[in-house]
Design a protein around this ligand. Structure first.
Ligand SMILES: Cc1cc2nc3c(=O)[nH]c(=O)nc-3n(C[C@H](O)[C@H](O)[C@H](O)COP(=O)(O)OP(=O)(O)OC[C@H]3O[C@@H](n4cnc5c(N)ncnc54)[C@H](O)[C@@H]3O)c2cc1C
Length: 454
């Protein structure tokens, strides 16, 4: 019996999942490899970090999503090697290495947070790219209010109550807006010693306007709404240093200023998955800005018509790193594979259809740019709600998400404030006490005791 065409897909994010689903009726065997067992809806990560949604709502199990797709299997593992000559992919998970041969390969491994060469900032200003990041940030944000409540020194208390978000793109604006709502509205009556409305939320960016890619009118509207929420905009400021207790910026005139703050969030840049480098090394292709790999107009790797690269990793026609580029790219790659098997014409190019972009600023306020239409305010917010609900995977997720949005936006509650000790107080308190990395609450207690003994 002839073996079925083997398609290996790396990444169960937007590009990988939509490619897999587009192959459901094809005579192929799909192997989907990801280092996590979930499909992550990244645009709502900031809502997990700020206690609006639970992680399960935006990161359903990939295995469960694909349970009825009999021609697809999922494998947990970090892809460590791609051999373009032997046509194999090797992945590893806790010491278990698997090498899988392919006839067609789709690489959709996305991107990671970039610190522009300052990787030492990571511990002090985490990014927001994964569920781990969102839960760690949730712990830091809610933990900061808890530690402010018990801090006797007013200077340190204000450090706990100062939140700095770096990067005024969509993620930074959404984070700053939600932390402001949290401090000024949701947590207002929960504390006895501190007034959470005293919290300072600072949004820093080297550019002169927030949401610059949305055009001058919507950008000005966003700036206006952020100020109304109580967010301080520090625009035209470059971050030059970050440590445990603060962040240093240099403005356009060269003045260096330190902002004392215990909680910093980094949403200033991304860089393509290192797998782009792996592919480039074997093809002689030069990576471009942001570590992206140039691809052919049909999304294939130069010299390798059997390898497609889609989503955040690619450089093609200045396409942005957004979900729709990955979704449409994944579907296009799957379609090309099907056409090849049916011996249909595959001499086609990937034509991206721009459905527009949106960003929320706070409850009832968003900006949306769809073709020639530019709207801000409540209408844009409703559009944002509908679009995000449509793209969330799973009926149950949509229902519970809608419920949690009602709790947070119509009411003022945050139903997802839970953080494990390790995610929350543990790391924050540990850093504040200068104890270095720890692994458990018992460690915290033991090392705190030791410190007191010294
Ligand atoms: C906080 C945030 C907010 C965003 N908001 C928006 C928005 O509002 N609108 C919008 O359009 N876009 C938004 N984006 C961008 C959008 O999410 C990305 O463009 C999109 O996810 C890219 O899809 P992808 O398939 O290329 O990569 P991803 O969706 O990132 O998927 C990559 C997958 O590959 C896996 N992976 C990576 N490396 C390996 C490896 N070596 N081995 C195994 N698996 C691996 C990862 O675990 C991941 O599951 C946002 C992104 C972030 C981080």
């Amino acid at each position: 019996m002839q073996q079925r065409h083997r398609v290996v897909i790396i990444g169960s994010g937007f590009g990988g999942l939509f490619a897999t689903r587009a192959l459901r009726r094809a005579a192929v065997e799909v192997t989907l490899i990801d280092r996590t067992a979930q499909h992550l809806f990244q645009p709502l990560l900031y809502q997990v970090a700020t206690g609006i949604l639970s992680e399960g709502e935006i990161a359903p199990s990939t295995r469960n999503i694909l349970r009825r797709q009999k021609n697809a299997r999922t494998i947990l593992g970090e892809v460590t090697a791609i051999d373009l000559t032997e046509r194999t992919v090797t992945s590893t998970a806790v010491g278990v290495d698997i090498t899988i041969p392919y006839d067609s390969l789709i690489v959709s491994a996305g991107s990671a947070t970039s610190y522009f060469g300052h990787d030492d900032f990571i511990d002090h200003a985490p990014g927001l790219k994964s569920i781990d990041d969102a839960l760690a940030l949730r712990g830091r944000i809610f933990g900061a209010f808890e530690l402010a409540e018990i801090e006797p020194d007013p200077v340190i208390r204000q450090e706990w109550l100062t939140f700095v978000v770096v990067g005024a793109g969509a993620t930074g604006v959404e984070m700053a807006g939600q932390i402001a709502e949290l401090a000024h509205r949701s947590l207002r009556g929960d504390f006895r010693c501190i007034d959470t409305r005293q919290a300072r939320i600072i949004l820093v960016d080297g550019a002169d306007a927030p949401l610059a890619t949305f055009g001058t009118r919507l950008s000005a509207r966003a700036a206006d709404q952020l100020k109304r929420l109580g967010v301080d905009l520090w625009l035209g400021n470059m971050v030059v240093d970050v440590d445990d207790t603060g962040i240093e910026v240099v403005d356009n005139a060269g003045h260096r200023v330190r902002i004392p703050s215990r909680t910093k969030v980094w949403s200033a840049g991304v860089t393509a998955s290192p797998l782009a480098r792996t592919l480039a090394a074997q093809t002689g292709v030069q990576l471009v800005r942001g570590g992206r790999i140039p691809v052919q107009p049909d999304l294939t790797l130069p010299g390798h018509p059997e390898v497609f690269v889609v989503g955040d990793m690619i450089a093609l026609d200045d396409l942005p790193g957004v979900a729709q580029v990955a979704i449409q790219g994944g579907k296009f790659a799957a379609e090309q594979i099907k056409r090849r098997l049916l011996r249909k014409n595959t001499n086609r190019r990937f034509d991206y259809f721009d459905k527009g972009s949106m960003a929320t600023i706070s409850r009832f306020h968003a900006v949306a740019s769809v073709g020639p239409i530019q709207v801000g305010g409540f209408l844009a917010w409703v559009m944002w709600l509908v679009v995000h609900l449509v793209y969330l995977v799973g009926f149950k997720n949509r229902l519970t998400t809608l419920f949690h949005w009602a709790v947070s936006f119509i009411g003022s509650g945050r139903s997802e404030r839970t953080g494990s000790h390790q995610q929350a107080i543990g790391p924050i308190a540990t850093r504040a006490l200068g104890l270095g990395p720890l692994s458990s609450p018992a460690d915290v207690a033991r090392r705190t005791d030791n410190k007191e003994a010294v």
